[in-house]
Design a protein around this ligand. Structure first.
Ligand SMILES: *Cc1c(COP(=O)(O)O)cnc(C)c1O
Length: 397
């Protein structure tokens, strides 16, 4: 028996365990101090009433012989795929329901989509970014190149025509930086992908945080993208489904490469290795995209956006360099005084009792930067910002 040797090449996932070890050591030394966490990448608001109501009704249906449902439709129920299509039509994007695949979240589909592509492809990945893209490709042993984010490009790297790529990951609004591509910048990526005959894997998990009509919330708002891009959406950050689990992947019919329809291959892959998301959860997701549901989830997003503004205003006042926070729940700041990401982590924890996420955990180019998140209670965020303003004087706040 031989195991997949690529698994032995994965880096230890020490980022979050390192953080919790440092936090508990600190707490043991200062038991009277309350620690505030601005490091979580998870929602904190509960599911909205429209979603809960729909799931309650679905549970009741499952308990009656006449309305009980077993295995569902392979791509997801028609009612949810249609709800996704009408959500896209508000963005000016026309999809047909056979281009939408319901899954249990964007993370699984982002990893699973790689089944369709040869290990002999070169993948272009932004740095810093959500670590799942790097790890899933490492598991398959694919060659990786990086599109480097920096202060100069405000963490929005653009294509380098000298670099060859077969698969290109884009995440906008970005985790961890909160940066969002403009339509013009995305057009450069689409043109590059078409020219290279590459496929863009577009992660739109944070699209609902975009609050400027001029900024794209889907790659398909860019001309030509249906011929080169797959888009991954999620109810996790949009509707608080991180624990409920539902997402959707769009594979356009127009996407044919190397003589194959990627839509057909993905259908084949999903119907062989996946048996769908629960009926109850799909009803909940459908309700999130109803008029009432959209109004309710928008209010929760506005709450997080307000938190982000509170953080951004404080950082501006304190003269930090940062991006994000406007169209994403993340704020990406440059560590003061040239500190490394971990040195600043220790400094914030010991002086202010605040926990964030070291930027170096998201890629080489994240070194020297730091991520704060806007998920959490308003009062906690406000207290955290007061502590930041007063530095070491405010440990008891
Ligand atoms: C949270 C997140 C997702 C969503 O993952 P789910 O599996 O749908 O919960 C996808 N991409 C990024 C960049 C994320 O931060």
């Amino acid at each position: 028996m031989k195991i997949n040797p690529n698994y032995l090449k994965l880096n230890e996932r020490y980022l979050f365990s390192q953080i919790s070890r440092k936090v508990s050591d600190h707490q043991a030394r200062h038991p009277d101090q309350t620690i505030i966490r601005l490091g979580i990448g998870d929602v904190t608001r509960p599911l909205v009433p429209a979603v809960i109501e729909a799931m309650r009704r679905a549970v009741a249906e499952m308990g009656e012989p006449a309305t009980f449902r077993g295995y569902g439709e392979e791509q997801g129920y028609g009612f949810l795929r249609e709800a996704v299509c009408s959500y896209y039509s508000r963005k000016g994007v026309n999809l047909s329901d056979d281009e939408v695949f319901i899954g249990d979240g964007a993370k699984s589909d982002l990893g699973n989509i790689l089944d369709l592509f040869s290990a002999d492809n070169t993948v272009l990945i932004p740095d810093p970014v959500y670590p799942v893209y790097v790890d899933t490709n490492r598991m398959d042993g694919r060659r990786m190149a990086f599109a480097r984010g920096s202060e100069d490009n405000r963490f929005l790297p653009l294509p380098d025509l000298q670099v060859r790529a077969d698969l290109i990951y884009l995440c906008s609004p970005n985790n961890p930086t909160g940066a969002v591509y403009t339509a013009e910048q995305l057009r450069q990526w689409v043109d590059y992908a078409l020219e290279q005959e590459a496929v863009i894997l577009f992660d739109s998990a944070y699209e609902s945080f975009v609050c400027d009509d001029q900024l794209p919330t889907s790659i398909y708002q860019i001309e030509g993208a249906a011929r080169c891009a797959i888009e991954f959406g999620s109810f996790s950050k949009t509707a608080g489904f991180t624990g409920t689990r539902c997402g959707y992947t769009v594979v356009p019919r127009a996407l044919s490469l190397d003589g194959a329809s990627l839509n057909q291959l993905w259908l084949r892959r999903q119907s062989t290795k996946f048996n769908g998301v629960s009926y109850i959860v799909q009803r909940g997701a459908q309700a999130a995209f109803s008029e009432e549901g959209l109004r309710q989830i928008k209010a929760d997003i506005a709450y997080y956006q307000h938190n982000a503004r509170v953080i951004a205003e404080t950082l501006t006042e304190l003269d930090f360099w940062f991006v994000g926070g406007e169209h994403a729940p993340y704020i990406w700041l440059k560590c003061p005084e040239g500190l490394s990401s971990w040195a600043y982590f220790d400094d914030l924890l010991t002086r202010c009792g605040l926990v964030g996420t070291p930027g170096s955990g998201f890629g080489t180019n994240g070194e020297g930067y730091f991520r704060l998140t806007a998920f959490g209670e308003r009062s906690q965020i406000e207290t955290a910002m007061t502590r930041l303003r007063h530095g070491s004087l405010s440990l008891r706040l």
